[in-house]
Design a protein around this ligand. Sequence first.
Ligand SMILES: [Zn+2]
Length: 107
Amino acid sequence: MTLKLQPPTPPPVTVSNEFHGLHVSARRADAVRLDWSTPVPRFGRVRVVGHTCECKARVYELCTSGGLAWVRRIDRHSPGETVRVTHPCRVGEAGELWALILAGEAR
Ligand SMILES: [Zn+2]
């Protein structure tokens, strides 16, 4: 009788999210097209309250200042980056927009 050696079972493949932040879901075909514009230096102290993962060339940030909020879209390329922003609106509205972007339902 021969003893058949089984190779050890490899551990289940898991994708570690330890070093990753939020990823935007695949964009839906019927995604709402947002009105992106060139940022103007209008707000002094801007707080970034949410951002998507740095591993992507495109990063979205949820920004707030002076009771308003908006989403900033940063396309990193070399050299430099292209920044676009949505219109500042109420914080709650921007939060909804943020959720839509993350869900791939707005772009
Ligand atoms: Zn990532």
